[in-house]
Design a protein around this ligand. Structure first.
Ligand code: NAI
Length: 349
């Protein structure tokens, strides 16, 4: 534990600044001290610095090794490449970690979901290698390497061992993409042999979608390459009440950047109605990463109180509150609930 943590803050765009500011207020209300180094990224940064990822931002992450990030808009069908993908590659944030867990009193068809998604974050179709072969014919290359597939499998199995998880399913389409997805599952199969206490399975991605919607409880952890991980994360977010609730972390060996699963939600931006819970829960993951377990558990308790009372929750989960009203209620709850005693076991979220 440190007296103050330097953290790189990327407010992002769309709903980003609203939800990130709310999360920052709540994180600070735990009493943990932060020195935020705030930088724009994407279109806003380009206007100011003529760079989508400004040098100052890169240097800040190299210095702090920890980031809290809001969503950044990526133009569709043209324009600049994704800043999110670029940051993950630049800092080798190879493991995208997304716990899917219900909050109390959020209406959903599936109570008691407890799933962990581990997504490879640096390659696959997100390598961004595309070209026009001849007019009317384009190619997008899917890059899968033994190194990255082994590294992400190792991350998932190590995590499962540490957190006493029971099962990992590697998700693939190796019946069609025999070489690329074939290599991915060969690597996860090899790694699985070193963890005999963890049940290992393989499911084809289309079947997985159906299986998840029929019965999400049959899965414990999902291990996926980049694109399937992206798509299945949004599907699983629906189990627990939507994208406003699901956090994420991008881990590398040197740095970690914490960000929600959701995007910049232009349809609701600037209206003070977005739910900051997903970014806040990403902040909980960040607190745990920093070793601030008590503060993380304190926010968890405050979230349980605010969600159980339902008076100050946002409209995506059936309430009427705005982003700032929710943040006020969370700050108030942190001031009224006593900080929890240290827990003996490690918790995820
Ligand atoms: P999105 O996740 O921004 O929104 C999908 C739906 O969920 C929308 O109806 C939105 O209103 C709702 N939603 C999302 N977050 C919410 C929140 N916190 N509270 C309440 N409702 C919420 O996905 P979309 O519209 O496909 O993408 C918008 C932009 O975001 C695109 O430019 C995309 O590239 C970018 N994006 C960025 C990500 C990142 O920065 N990590 C991740 C995903 C998308």
């Amino acid at each position: 534990m440190s007296s103050s943590y330097k953290v790189t803050l990327i407010p992002g765009d769309g709903i980003g600044p609203e939800v990130v500011n709310a999360a920052v207020r709540i994180l600070e209300a735990t009493g943990v001290k932060f020195e935020w180094e705030s930088y724009a990224a994407g279109a806003e940064a380009f206007e100011k610095y003529h760079e989508y990822i400004p040098k100052e931002l890169t240097e800040s992450i190299e210095r702090t090794h920890v980031g809290l990030k809001g969503p950044v808009t990526t133009p569709i069908g043209g324009g600049f490449s994704s800043i999110n993908v670029a940051l993950r590659k630049q800092f080798e944030l190879f493991a995208n970690f997304r716990p899917i867990r219900n909050l109390p009193a959020v209406p959903t068809r599936y109570p008691g979901v407890d799933l962990v998604i581990v997504r490879e974050n640096t390659e696959g179709l997100y390598s961004g290698i595309e070209h026009e072969v001849v007019p009317g014919v384009v190619e997008s290359l899917k890059i899968i390497t033994e190194k990255a597939s082994t590294r992400i499998s190792r991350f998932a199995f190590e995590y499962a061992r540490r957190m006493h998880r029971k099962k990992i399913h590697a998700i693939h389409k190796a019946n069609i993409m025999k070489l690329s997805d074939g290599l991915f599952i060969r690597c996860s199969r090899n790694i699985s042999k070193e963890y005999p206490e963890i049940t290992y399975g393989e499911h084809i991605v289309d079947n997985t979608c159906m299986q998840l919607v029929m019965n999400p409880y049959q899965y414990d952890m999902l291990l996926l390459e980049n694109l399937y991980g992206d798509i299945i994360s949004d599907l699983c977010a629906a189990f627990v009440g939507g994208l406003g609730l699901v956090p994420g972390a991008n881990f590398g060996h040197e740095c970690a950047i914490f960000e929600a699963v959701h995007g910049s939600a232009p349809d609701i931006a600037g209206k003070d109605i977005a739910n900051p819970t997903a970014v806040l829960r990403s902040g909980i993951l960040m607190l745990r990463h920093l070793g601030e377990e008590n503060a993380a558990n304190h926010i968890r308790l405050a979230l349980e109180k605010v969600y159980t009372e339902r008076t100050h929750v946002t409209r995506d989960v059936g309430g009427t509150a705005g982003t700032s009203e929710f943040a006020d209620a969370m700050v108030e709850a942190l001031h009224t609930i006593p900080p929890p005693q240290p827990e003996l076991h490690e918790v995820e979220l």
